[in-house]
Design a protein around this ligand. Structure first.
Ligand SMILES: *[C@@H]1O[C@H](CO)[C@@H](O)[C@H](O)[C@H]1NC(C)=O
Ligand SMILES: *[C@@H]1O[C@H](CO)[C@@H](O)[C@H](O)[C@H]1NC(C)=O
Ligand SMILES: *[C@@H]1O[C@H](CO)[C@@H](O)[C@H](O)[C@H]1NC(C)=O
Ligand SMILES: *[C@@H]1O[C@H](CO)[C@@H](O)[C@H](O)[C@H]1NC(C)=O
Length: 374
């Protein structure tokens, strides 16, 4: 009994009360392209008037280096043309593989924009003013694997995408349309980021993501969805749907997603009403984020879940016996075997109508808990 009390005391000591800034973002498990060396990227402010393009830098060791750009002598395949107040894509040499064009004022990509740079593998066009990507431009870029066009003015997903593409980042545009069949043959795509756009339910149908046979991360957060997308590729490991208006989730929705490990549904309209009891009892899931919804109770979870965010809901009380994903066997309490212990390590409950202390039955069920925020 004494050991019992000591153990409980230790547990109580490590419970954190109101800790901020602990949110963990799951990182996509994808290979990153090489980082640029040192020049610090100045964060541009959205100007009202176009500033003049910056004067050209010193001549490059490469005679074909566009004067607007910087061609590092040690990396002949890399061209830096970012943060130069450019209005158009400079004339890129054919050796270009990694092209940095972010933080400029490029408005359109004419058909010959990348005329010679047909073997480009990586293009960063984040933070420009592009409204449209001509079908013919991307058609020629067979080797393109990473296309970043965050923070532009696109209204639709580019109508043609090269088949080698592994990452497509189109967040912070005004996309309200996905051309039919655009992802049909994209079986190399690993990451699709469409967050902070204007996507609504009628954009999606059963075939929208058909063909994405290797997709790992799908980010549809911050759109105007009221429903879950009808089909999500079964390979998806990270599904982000925060900041939509989702009210319900079809029963068995997650049954077809055997690899789902990170699910984020923060800032939606979810409550017990639109959900079947076991909807989040998903054995592959490691992190479940349901903050800023209308939950009155903590939903059933699987013993494998490690992080649960239930903060800023309307939970009034919590019953450890009911939410415990495994039958609680007091005899096992002091055994060092963790095999049959729920894996939950991190639990956020702040912003509800709960008051400390954390009920004893919660602590006794989730013996691996390292912090509870209440
Ligand atoms: C692009 O290719 C054309 C034809 O091969 C050539 O004349 C031109 O100089 C090239 N431009 C650059 C920037 O390499
Ligand atoms: C680009 O793609 C072509 C055709 O698919 C291939 O032959 C070539 O080796 C690729 N280039 C690079 C640099 O990967
Ligand atoms: C969760 O699902 C498993 C099977 O997948 C089931 O055995 C278990 O009873 C469920 N948990 C709850 C609380 O219903
Ligand atoms: C918790 O739930 C269990 C099972 O439903 C019930 O027997 C128990 O009385 C509840 N505990 C509290 C404190 O409400």
């Amino acid at each position: 009994m004494r050991t019992w009390v000591i153990l409980l005391l230790t547990l109580v000591l490590i419970l954190v009360i109101k800790v901020d800034g602990q949110r963990r973002k799951p990182r996509p498990t994808v290979v990153r392209p090489p980082k640029r060396p040192t020049r610090p990227p100045p964060e541009p402010v959205e100007p009202t008037d176009l500033p003049p393009p910056l004067p050209p830098g010193p001549p490059s060791v490469f005679p074909d280096c566009p004067r607007e750009c910087f061609c590092p002598p040690d990396f002949p395949s890399t061209i830096y043309c970012d943060s130069r107040n450019l209005r158009k894509v400079p004339n890129l040499p054919s050796r270009a593989r990694y092209v940095y064009l972010q933080n400029n004022f490029i408005e359109d990509l004419p058909e010959d924009a990348f005329k010679n740079a047909t073997e480009v593998q990586w293009i960063n066009l984040d933070n420009n003013r592009i409204k449209k990507v001509d079908k013919k431009i991307l058609e020629k870029m067979e080797n393109l694997t990473y296309l970043y066009m965050e923070k532009n003015q696109l209204k639709e997903v580019p109508p043609y995408l090269p088949q080698r593409l592994e990452q497509l980042r189109l967040s912070r545009n005004q996309i309200s349309k996905i051309p039919a069949g655009v992802f049909n043959k994209m079986d190399n795509l690993i990451l699709l980021d469409l967050h902070h756009n204007k996507l609504s339910d009628n954009v999606f149908n059963k075939n929208t993501f058909k063909g994405l046979k290797n997709l790992i991360q799908l980010n549809l957060a911050h759109n105007i969805l009221r429903k879950m997308p009808p089909t999500v590729p079964e390979t998806v490991n990270q599904l982000f749907l925060d900041r939509n208006n989702i009210e319900e989730i079809p029963t068995n929705y997650f049954k077809d997603l055997p690899n789902l490990a990170f699910l984020r549904l923060n800032y939606n309209q979810l409550s017990e009403k639109g959900l079947s009891k076991n909807i989040f009892n998903i054995s592959s899931l490691l992190v479940l984020q349901l903050a800023h919804n209308q939950f009155a109770t903590v939903p059933s979870i699987s013993p494998q879940l490690e992080h649960l965010y239930m903060n800023d809901n309307i939970i009034e009380k919590i019953n450890g016996t009911e939410i415990c994903p495994l039958p609680f066997a007091p005899a096992d309490f002091l055994s060092s075997e963790n095999t049959f212990v729920p894996h939950l390590r991190y639990l956020r409950l702040d912003g509800n109508q709960l008051k400390p202390p954390i009920p004893l039955d919660v602590i006794m069920c989730f013996r691996l808990l390292q912090s509870v925020i209440i």
